[in-house]
Design a protein around this ligand. Structure first.
Ligand SMILES: [Zn+2]
Length: 450
């Protein structure tokens, strides 16, 4: 079984499943008030890779990721644009799934929307109030963190330093600066739902605890998200579960930040780069490759140079896939797959797992160069398998139609005669027909323009 770093334990530990053979995982999804940025792309890719890999090893994965469609930021945007909250949320949810589709991130098995769960959230808050864990103020309802003995577990900092760092809240009725809103009473004109404490809306931390427990049940296996969600968001989800006496996530996984020029990616720092911009300029697989090349907990640097490097590696892989597509089918090399799996099981070490993949590519290319396709075939099959395990689709070989093959042959003849003007002209004609020609040590190869 895979070993993963667990934020609550502060160390790598084996994933122990609640139900043998089945993995239940919840990953915090987007608040839909703007287009996704590249930080969103990273967490989506990290957990998509984990999900695919676990399935590849034969486990049955139930993957839940929410859509937060009620939130202060959505309300502010709707007010600013003179639109309804629902209208704003629908637009940016569509933008979200569009970007995810292009990244090759699979849809969750369930994507609960916060607005569909308000009744259950009110129910949880009522239970917390009844147990004396939460209290109402003129602003809303708050959880008293004092009822959670190990509060701060996911922050991995002493409670005093958390208290000192807590924002000065506008609500002076809070008993402790760390207490957080479960229910926010609506101001005039804001969207609201009825509750025993007055019309209002749920707090963000209440949304995820309710939806994850409803869809995955008590003691589900893994809760994930970006590192910035560990505290306070995930800690506050956990605090509510503890306060109401329900077993919550067994393991916590938090991926590292995306850095641009050495700083954390965020809108407030002004280095905001949207996924849409990235996907317009690069093969979407380049970002997946970049994410795979870094350890999931380490920060990654996304810039023109790192993306160009990823684009070049993809070219190598695509060329390899095309070159080996004519090999007879063979079972994948078991030793290669075993090494790959050992890397992945060791805290999802994708950089070293990818190194196994590239080693196999080199070994297969050497075998092909040496005229030994029988040795290359199992390696090529292993490369395809490893690609599947991490969601990396390599170029499918496509047989060029006769008129294209004829142009390629004509160009080869021009090159042989050192008539480079004619050769360039033929290259342009091929490109205009949608085919890219590449000159390799083994002759010219052609593939459809991506
Ligand atoms: Zn969440």
């Amino acid at each position: 079984m895979i070993r993963l770093h667990d934020t609550a334990l502060g160390q790598v530990a084996e994933l122990q499943l609640r139900d043998p053979g089945r993995v239940s995982m919840y990953v915090c999804g987007p608040t839909v008030y703007d287009v996704p940025h590249i930080g969103h792309g990273r967490f989506s890719l990290v957990f998509d890779v984990l999900r695919r890999y676990l399935e590849w090893t034969g486990l049955l994965v139930r993957y839940v990721s929410n859509i937060t469609d009620v939130d202060d930021k959505i309300i502010a945007r709707a007010a600013g644009d003179g639109r309804t909250m629902q209208d704003v949320a629908e637009e940016y949810e569509a933008a979200w799934y569009d970007a995810m589709k292009r990244l090759g991130v699979r849809r969750p098995d369930a994507d609960p929307h916060a607005t569909a769960y308000v009744d259950q959230m009110v129910e949880l808050i009522a239970q917390l109030v009844e147990r004396g864990a939460a209290y109402a103020t003129p602003e809303g309802v708050y959880l008293s963190v004092d009822v959670v003995p190990d509060y701060g577990l996911l922050a991995r900092q002493p409670l005093d330093s958390l208290r000192a760092g807590a924002r000065v809240e506008v609500d002076e009725h809070k008993r402790s600066p760390l207490d957080f809103a479960l229910w926010k009473l609506a101001k005039p004109g804001e969207p609201s739902w009825p509750s025993p404490w007055g019309a209002g809306r749920p707090g963000w931390h209440t949304e995820c605890v309710v939806m994850s427990l409803d869809l995955l049940g008590d003691g589900f296996d893994l809760h994930g998200g970006g590192q910035d969600l560990a505290f306070p968001h995930h800690e506050n989800e956990r605090a509510q579960a503890v306060a109401v006496g329900r077993p919550f996530a067994r393991r916590w996984a938090h991926n590292g930040f995306v850095e641009v020029g050495g700083e954390k990616m965020s809108k407030s720092l002004g280095n905001y780069t949207t996924l849409t911009d990235l996907l317009a300029a690069h093969d979407p697989r380049a970002y997946r490759l970049l994410v795979l090349r870094s350890h999931w907990r380490a920060p990654i640097e996304v810039n023109a140079a790192s993306l160009a490097q990823a684009d070049a590696s993809l070219d190598t892989l695509d060329d390899f896939a095309r070159r080996t597509s004519e090999l007879p089918p063979a079972p994948a090399d078991e030793a290669v797959l075993a090494r790959f799996q050992a890397r992945m099981d060791d805290n999802l070490d994708t950089p070293r797992a990818l190194a196994e993949l590239f080693d196999a590519v080199r070994a297969a290319n050497r075998a092909m160069d040496g005229g030994d396709p029988a040795a290359a075939a199992p390696l090529a099959a292993a490369v395809a398998e490893m690609g599947t395990a991490v969601g990396l689709t390599l170029a499918a070989a496509e047989v060029a139609p006769p008129e294209i093959s004829e142009l390629v042959a004509e160009r080869e003849r021009a090159r042989a005669a050192k008539d480079f003007a004619a050769s360039d002209l033929l290259r342009d004609r091929l490109l205009a027909s949608g085919w890219v020609v590449k000159d390799t040590s083994r002759g010219s190869r052609v593939h459809r323009r991506p």
